[in-house]
Design a protein around this ligand. Structure first.
Ligand code: MBD
Ligand code: FE
Length: 304
C-alpha cells in the first residue's frame, strides 16, 4: 500500500515554512508559486511512487539542462511554450479579441539588436553561396481595417542551410540571417536571403535525451521567425513554416499553425535557381500600452 503524507496538516505547515510564509521578507508572489510547486512535487512523488534514484536522476538532469542552456529548448519541445499561446488565444476569445495573423512561439534563439533597414535588405552574409538556394521574401503588414501599415518594424530571424542560427552557432558571422526591416509607405518589407533548413536538437544534448526516452524526434520544419510591431498595435510573435517540409505538421515544438504555412515557390530560369516566398501579416489594435511590447523574456543581448 502507498503511504501518503503530503496532504496532512503537518506537511502543509512544513512546506509553508519552506516557502517563506512564516517570515515577513521576500516576495509574496514568489512564495505563493514556490508553495504550490512544493505541494505538487510532493504529490507527484507520492502518487507515482518516485524512487530516490528517480528523484536524484531528475535533479542531475536539471543541472545538465541548465549547464547546456537548454531549458528554453525543453519547454518548447514539451509543448509548454505552445500551451502559453493556446492559453492567450483562449483569453483573447473570451473578451472577443480576434482577427489578424495567428501568434506562435518565439523559441529560444532570438538575438536582440539586429541590423536595421528601411524597406528592404539582404540577410545572408554570402558564406553559403553555391550551397544555399537564394530566397526572395516579401509581403505587407496591414492594420485591423486592412490598410497597409507604414513604419512597422519587421524583426526576423532564421537558420542557415544546416538548420543552425548565428550567435548560437559561433561559426556564423555576427547577425547572419537576422534583420530588422521598417515597412515602406505601402507597408511592404522585402528581403533577399537563403532558404533555411529545419532545426534539429543537439543529438548529444539533454533535451534530445529526454525526447529519446519519450520516443520522440527533435526536429522542426524549415521556418522563419517574426516579431512585428507598430505604434498603437499589438506586438505579434509568429513564424512562417515552409510548405513541402517533411516536418511541417510533425514539429517537435508544435509551432506550425493554420494560417502560418508559407508557400515557397522554386523557380529556375536564366537568372538561376531561386525561391520566392510572399507572406502578409495583419496586426490587431493594442488593447493597452503594454500589449505593444514583446514579453520581458530574458534574451541574448537584451539591451542591444
Ligand atoms: C528553433 O529554431 C525553434 O524555432 C524552436 C521553437 C525551438 C528550437 C529551435
Ligand atoms: Fe527557429
Amino acid at each position: 500500500m502507498t503511504v501518503k503524507i503530503a496532504h496532512t496538516a503537518e506537511l502543509q505547515k512544513f512546506f509553508e515554512e519552506a516557502a517563506g510564509f512564516t517570515n515577513d521578507g521576500g516576495n509574496s508572489r514568489l512564495k505563493t508559486i514556490v508553495l504550490r510547486v512544493l505541494q505538487d512535487t510532493a504529490r507527484i512523488i507520492e502518487d507515482l511512487e518516485i524512487s530516490e534514484d528517480e528523484f536524484w536522476k531528475a535533479v542531475d538532469y536539471l543541472n545538465r539542462l541548465g549547464g547546456r542552456s537548454e531549458a528554453g529548448l525543453l519547454v518548447a519541445g514539451l509543448g509548454l511554450e505552445h500551451f502559453l499561446d493556446l492559453l492567450q488565444d483562449a483569453k483573447d476569445a473570451q473578451i472577443g479579441l480576434t482577427g489578424g495573423t495567428p501568434r506562435t512561439i518565439e523559441g529560444p534563439l532570438y538575438v536582440a539588436g539586429a541590423p536595421l533597414y528601411e524597406g528592404e535588405c539582404r540577410m545572408d552574409d554570402g558564406s553559403e553561396e553555391g550551397v544555399a538556394t537564394v530566397m526572395f521574401l516579401e509581403g505587407q503588414v496591414f492594420d485591423p481595417q486592412g490598410q497597409p501599415l507604414a513604419g512597422a518594424t519587421v524583426d526576423l530571424w532564421h537558420a542557415n542551410t544546416k538548420g543552425t542560427y548565428s550567435f548560437f552557432d559561433q561559426s556564423q558571422s555576427e547577425y547572419n540571417l537576422r534583420r530588422r526591416i521598417i515597412t515602406d509607405a505601402e507597408g511592404r518589407y522585402r528581403a533577399r536571403s537563403i532558404v533555411p533548413s529545419g532545426y534539429g536538437c543537439d543529438p548529444q544534448g539533454p533535451t534530445q535525451e529526454c525526447l529519446d526516452l519519450l520516443g520522440r524526434h527533435g526536429q522542426r520544419p524549415a521556418h522563419i521567425h517574426f516579431f512585428i510591431s507598430a505604434p498603437g498595435h499589438r506586438h505579434l510573435t509568429t513564424q512562417i513554416n515552409l510548405s513541402g517540409d517533411k516536418y511541417l505538421w510533425d514539429d517537435f515544438a508544435y509551432a506550425t499553425r493554420e494560417g502560418l504555412v508559407g508557400e515557397v515557390e522554386f523557380l529556375e530560369d536564366a537568372e538561376g535557381r531561386r525561391a520566392e516566398l510572399k507572406f502578409d501579416f495583419q496586426l490587431q489594435q493594442a488593447p493597452d500600452a503594454a500589449a505593444q511590447q514583446r514579453s520581458q523574456r530574458p534574451r541574448a543581448l537584451q539591451n542591444a
